[in-house]
Design a binder for this molecule. Structure first.
Ligand SMILES: [Zn+2]
Length: 263
């Protein structure tokens, strides 16, 4: 069994065929799906999905783009939601300085509030970071007691090493399946370095896989709407890069996800 550790099945992209998508995942061997909240509405919808489908678990969180939502009132509503046994983490939370609509100061405040929330509920956290690695690590060092995963890992080899040394998990998406660009240009170019890094630097007991659907569909579905069934393609690519069988990746990433989210 595979686990998709980061999906957004609450998005309206799935309104027409959500049931089908969820049964297609099961048919593909994806037995568990972590549906991730990215704002208050998404967090509520995520909790509802987990109540309706046996294979779905929810997380509750406010993405840095919506940092202004992390008010005291909303944090206490989140705290209530976190008491639900099918809510397994706080996320996605973090910092995003790439084309960000909210100020770094506001993002940091929302991030810290939600890390405290995770600590209060003894739950792991799903971290979103873009162009903000130093600040994310500075803040996470104050929360060493929390289990944390860097979702949609696309950082430098140095950041990967730093994350591993700090005890974090690393989760890869479909972008690791994209073909390298010979010219160094084009939309896939910023992911080219991931190849070597995957092979060399992430211990197998810290590795997780995710679709982040509807975004970032792996090859051979690149450009399509992504869905949890496609997480198998990410596992297949990891197996190829690391020179191990698909079974080895399946077993390891599933065991890691079950341990991390306490499923
Ligand atoms: Zn996401």
């Amino acid at each position: 069994m595979f686990i998709d550790t980061h999906a957004h099945l609450d998005f309206e992209d799935f309104n027409k065929d959500r049931d089908e998508i969820i049964s297609r995942a099961a048919t593909a061997g994806v037995g568990k799906i972590i549906n991730v909240g990215a704002n208050m509405a998404g967090s509520r919808a995520s909790v509802d999905l987990a109540a309706s489908y046996g294979s779905i678990y929810a997380t509750v969180g406010i993405h840095p783009h919506d940092a202004q939502e992390a008010t005291e009132e909303n944090i206490s509503e989140m705290s209530e939601m976190l008491k639900d046994g099918r809510v397994v983490a706080v996320g996605e939370i973090g910092l995003d300085y790439f084309k960000s609509k909210t100020s770094p100061a506001l993002q940091k405040e929302a991030f810290v509030r939600q890390l405290n929330l995770a600590r209060d509920h003894d739950l792991p956290v799903i971290i979103h970071t873009r162009d903000a690695e130093d600040d994310v690590m500075d803040i996470l060092h104050r929360f060493k007691d929390l289990r944390a995963v860097i979702h949609f890992f696309s950082g430098s080899p140095e950041f990967a090493l730093n994350a591993i040394e700090s005890g974090l998990y690393v989760s890869f998406t479909g972008v690791i399946t994209f073909k390298p660009r010979a010219s160094g240009a084009g939309s896939g170019a910023r992911y080219d370095h991931l190849r070597e890094q995957i092979v060399n630097s992430i211990p197998i007991d810290r590795l997780m896989i995710e679709t982040d659907c509807p975004f970032a569909a792996p090859t051979p579905y690149r450009g399509w709407r992504n869905e949890p069934a496609f997480v198998v393609e990410i596992a297949r690519k990891l197996a190829e890069y690391r020179g191990v069988s698909l079974d080895v990746i399946e077993e390891a990433t599933t065991a890691n996800a079950e341990k991390f989210f306490n499923l």
